[in-house]
Design a protein around this ligand. Structure first.
Ligand code: PMP
Length: 394
């Protein structure tokens, strides 16, 4: 049987983590892996999460099955968090799924049931797992212009022109906020224009919302998603609770579908549940029960929002410190984009040689496309890092 197989390519980020672990230099800096880290370099369990877990542990009465769509209280709480009142809930269905990735997976399967082999347009560049999930689901992948390597902002005119050419049956995958890997995001006015374009073309918006609250705040980060939902008849959203609740290993996310009306929502949802049943039957509960407990309790929720704001503000402050340090040393505003970007990442736009040089000469690790995890910048080494970046591009 297995002699027919050839070795699949390894995961680049895991390989980079291995290289970093093997580097014995005490000054090494890990800007590679995509998890939030605090000032001690630790990915902490949030206090609100800890408290919710304690409650769950003492109150839980059963471990019996939950059902295909998972934890209902969680589903309703996530809909309130993400959608607010942007869309009539009669047109909406939600299924808890294993992480943002599991949510993307079941929704891609759903697209392929509705339109086998449909084309999913992804931003150029996009998160490395979007392509495999789409291709593994039987879909085609194409790109729309996004990152401007000159300004390190969004090539908005070109993006909009490409979106304007799409038609019903096409799918447009967008990062709801905190674009990964670039850190470059749309302004509210640009989201308005994207929503109008999608309403005109009939292409299906598919929003990957993996960092809600990591950019400028929960409400500002939800602007694009809500704007689109208020403008179009149909949409899909893959929500992740990995980053904003720090629940990476609990695998908690949600697949949200918005249909033209309640009847179509019901039919479409029956297909979604059928896909889940035939894949993993039901999602794991623990992470969802944590999020439900936090979002339904005013005190825990406010504690979570405070903790989330602290993570967000730390990343914004590190961005500013790095941009300032580079400006002071170089007298140039070329790296000011780092302070304008939002979310956990910035794509620096360095050559592969520069990335390799930073690793070899300075022990600074980032992915080959020159994406840095801002949360990985040590507060006391911002100056060293600025020197290293300037040395690598000289
Ligand atoms: N989408 C994007 C853009 C991401 O960066 C991530 C996490 N790296 C995910 C989805 C999925 O995250 P998870 O499956 O861990 O919830």
């Amino acid at each position: 049987m297995f002699e027919t197989l050839t070795k699949a390519p390894g995961d680049k980020i895991l390989a980079l983590m291995g290289e970093y672990a093997a580097d014995s230099r005490p000054t090494k800096i890990d800007l590679g892996v995509g998890v939030y880290k605090d000032e001690k370099g630790v990915t902490p369990v949030m206090t609100s999460v800890r408290k919710a877990e304690e409650r769950i542990l003492s109150n839980e009465k059963t471990k019996t099955y939950l059902g295909i769509a998972g934890n209902k209280g969680y589903g309703n709480a996530v809909l309130d968090l993400v959608l607010a009142n942007s869309v009539d809930r009669a047109r909406v269905r939600i299924a808890q799924a294993p992480g943002g990735t599991g949510s993307l997976w079941v929704l891609m399967q759903l697209i392929n049931r509705a339109r086998p082999g449909a084309t999913v347009y992804v931003s150029d560049p996009t998160w490395a797992n979007h392509n495999p999930i789409a291709l593994n689901s039987g879909l085609q992948v194409a790109t729309y212009p996004y990152f401007d390597a000159e300004t390190r902002g969004v090539k908005f005119e070109q993006m909009l022109a490409a979106l304007d050419k799409l038609s019903a049956g096409d799918v447009v995958l967008m990062h709801g906020c905190c674009h990964n890997p670039t850190g470059a995001n749309l302004s509210n006015e640009q989201w308005d224009q994207v929503a109008a374009s999608l309403a005109r073309s009939g292409a299906l918006p598919f929003i990957d919302l993996a960092y809600l609250g990591f950019g400028d705040g929960i409400e500002p980060d939800a602007y694009g998603t809500r704007k689109i939902l208020s403008a179009v008849p149909e949409a899909l959203i893959a929500f992740s609770g990995s980053k904003n609740f720090g629940l990476y290993r609990e695998r908690v996310g949600a697949a949200i579908l918005v249909a033209r009306n309640g009847d179509e929502a019901e039919v479409t949802n029956s297909q979604l549940l059928n896909i889940i049943r035939g894949a993993y039957s039901q999602p794991p509960d623990h992470g969802a029960e944590i999020i439900r407990t936090i979002l339904e309790d005013a005190a825990l929720r406010s504690e979570w929002e405070t903790e989330l704001a602290a993570m967000r503000n730390r990343m914004i402050s590190l961005r500013k410190k790095l941009a300032d340090a580079i400006r002071e040393r170089s007298n140039s505003t070329d790296f000011d984009f780092v302070a304008d970007h939002r979310g956990m990442f910035s794509l620096l736009g360095l050559s592969n040689d520069a990335v390799e040089h930073l690793k070899a000469a300075n022990g600074v690790y980032m992915t080959g496309d020159s994406r840095i995890n801002v949360a990985g910048i040590p507060e006391d080494k911002v100056g060293d890092l600025a020197d290293a970046f300037l040395g690598a591009i000289r």
